[in-house]
Design a protein around this ligand. Structure first.
Ligand SMILES: [Zn+2]
Ligand SMILES: [Zn+2]
Length: 185
């Protein structure tokens, strides 16, 4: 049995304990399988942030491709059909990623939610619109481009102020416009 020397743990181990690439120039890894795994784990730990950033950028790029999006959507729909628990895990994850996007902790979200009695901060109604048969969560309204959260809004009000470019002057003009036309009726 051929033995190889591992440069990390300095042990001699049988060939089978080493990764190898028969077609490459190098052919054999300098480290045994155990040490290679350890190296990867350590590399990942020190480069985790860079790695995450890279993966996120790549995912963003992919998400712009319609054929990729269609494939992901079909895959998710299939999993929802096949596994009833999948939808619940999707909801949990999307909630978590929404919180992360605005640097909001779960406690801070709950605080907003409780202060507003679970209703929209503008129309004071609870959310009625649904997605995939489930009532939507209130949207996290934030200052555009900043991670400053103003409050929670229903889907309609959130879109509404968005269409008015979050601009109080424009909204004011809209109110005056509506009042003017009301007087004509
Ligand atoms: Zn080793
Ligand atoms: Zn509302």
């Amino acid at each position: 049995m051929d033995l190889r020397h591992c440069n990390d743990c300095s042990q001699s181990k049988p060939n089978i304990e080493f990764y190898h690439w028969p077609k490459s120039k190098k052919k054999w890894s300098n480290y045994c399988r155990n040490c290679t795994k350890k190296r990867h784990r350590e590399w990942y730990k020190t480069n985790e942030n860079a790695q995450r950033k890279y993966q996120r950028a790549k995912a963003k790029l992919y998400w712009k491709k319609p054929e990729y999006r269609a494939r992901v959507k079909a895959y998710r729909a299939k999993r929802r059909r096949e596994n009833p628990k999948y939808r619940a895990s999707e909801i949990k994850q999307s909630h978590r990623s929404r919180l992360r996007r605005y640097d909001l902790t779960a406690e801070e979200y709950t605080k907003f939610h409780d202060q507003q009695n679970g209703a929209c901060a503008i129309c004071l109604q609870v959310e009625t619109s649904t997605r995939l048969g489930r009532r939507r969560d209130l949207a996290i309204d934030h200052v555009h481009g900043l991670k400053v959260v103003r409050g929670l809004l229903c889907n309609r009000c959130n879109r509404g102020i968005g269409y008015f470019r979050d601009d109080p002057l424009l909204l004011d003009a809209a109110i005056r416009y509506l009042s003017r036309s009301r007087r004509k009726i």
